[in-house]
Design a protein around this ligand. Structure first.
Ligand SMILES: Nc1ncnc2c1ncn2[C@@H]1O[C@H](COP(=O)(O)OP(=O)(O)OP(=O)(O)O)[C@@H](O)[C@H]1O
Length: 362
């Protein structure tokens, strides 16, 4: 039995179809990343899993229990840790009092160890907590009862780099102990570091579920090369070449004796190659280029084999680029902000429902 089972999950808010026939499983012991831009429907799925909202159609099970059956869900929630994207603790009490309350409701097997790791200022009232400290307190309340399944809505927002790293190490250790983690994110670097598999949601619809490796393979390589001699652009008229940027440089005079610019740089695609013409051969050409390549590297090397290269590097493409390829076109949501490693984005597109979940409700 999978830890999370969604079948045809649909949530229709009237104006917005926030989840549209979403079907996937999260297996026991995996870290599953739920990836999508603002307003894609991630929080809606999470809130359905926790019984805060009921599905319009379809079914959802957590730890084998139906989320629409109150008694069943209550039983499952004892074994779940939930971290909302914006934990809402009672601001008038101290962190310590919050922990005592959570301990009395769901037990406390691990707070000591978690406090050493995440270290929120326990004697301060929550009102005086920074956003990061609220998140750290939320992490303690999420894991203190040693849950089987952790459901984390954008868990690293507000954490500094050291805390993010600590959190990543913690999750990996928990996975090796058998915990299942379902986390939503729009931070691609985080997903790459943390997750075994990803589900990608766009505009309420699941567009892919795949191992993170597959996402990396699909993302291709960033190729940078510098050649001793001009290479005709047609050599890169290959399937899988994206975002081609070329430069033709020789620093010398043109054939008619006029000085030509040492460098010219244009951004173009492989099919739009009628620029940077080599003035000797008349063919479009380059001596330096960068592009993203999702095709067969051997085919590429074969194409370039006859030219003398000064430099050639192939690096893993940033997941951001892959994400933009998934979401690049306008899709009717207001998610115009590019997805970035540091998670910066606009606040537009946020629903109100995802703002009401209290911390540690599970
Ligand atoms: N209570 C609600 N009533 C109406 N529409 C809602 C409600 N809650 C969410 N929505 C809409 O449903 C869509 C999905 O929202 P959801 O919060 O699930 O997205 P998300 O992927 O979690 O976004 P974010 O990354 O910004 O948190 C959005 O268009 C949102 O505006």
């Amino acid at each position: 039995m999978a830890a999370i089972e969604l079948e045809g999950l649909t949530k229709d808010y009237g104006e917005v179809l926030a989840n549209d026939d979403v079907t996937f499983d999260v297996e026991r012991g995996e870290i599953f990343g739920y990836l999508g831009p603002n307003g894609a429907g991630k929080t809606t799925t999470i809130r359905t899993l926790l019984g805060f909202i009921s599905p319009t159609d379809g079914t959802a099970r957590v730890l084998g229990r139906e989320v629409t059956d109150e008694a069943e869900l209550l039983e499952a929630k004892r074994r779940i840790g939930y971290l909302p994207d914006d934990p809402a603790f009672d601001e008038s009490v101290t962190g310590r009092e919050i922990l005592e309350l959570h301990a009395s409701i769901k037990g406390d097997e691990r707070s000591e160890e978690l406090l050493e790791l995440f270290d929120p200022p326990l004697d301060r009232t929550v009102r005086h907590y920074s956003h990061g400290n609220v998140k750290k307190l939320g992490l303690v309340t999420t894991f203190m009862h040693d849950p089987e399944l952790a459901i984390l809505d954008e868990p690293t927002g507000g954490l500094d780099p050291l805390m993010k790293q600590r959190f990543a190490e913690f999750l990996r250790e928990e996975r090796s102990r058998g915990m299942t983690v379902f986390l939503s994110s729009h931070i691609l670097g985080e997903v790459r570091r943390l997750c075994d598999r990803v589900g990608i949601i766009r505009n309420g619809r699941l567009v892919a579920v795949e191992p993170v490796e597959a996402l990396l393979n699909r993302s291709g390589k960033v190729v940078r090369l510098r050649a001793e001699e001009p290479i005709p652009r047609s050599k890169l008229d290959l399937e899988g070449v994206y975002d081609l940027e070329t430069t033709l440089s020789d620093g010398g005079d043109g054939p008619d004796g006029t000085e030509r610019p040492a460098e010219s740089s244009v951004e173009t695609t492989a099919t739009n190659v009628d620029v940077d013409r080599d003035e000797v051969t008349g063919e479009t050409a380059f001596t330096e280029c960068t592009f993203t390549f999702t095709g067969d590297v051997n085919v590429l090397l074969e194409r370039l084999g006859e030219y003398r290269l000064i430099d050639l590097s192939l690096e893993e493409a940033p997941l951001e680029a892959v994400f933009l390829r998934f979401y690049g076109e306008h899709d009717g949501t207001d998610d115009g902000e590019p997805v970035t490693e540091d998670g910066s984005r606009t606040e537009s597109g946020r629903g109100t429902a995802n703002r009401t979940g209290g911390a540690g409700d599970a």
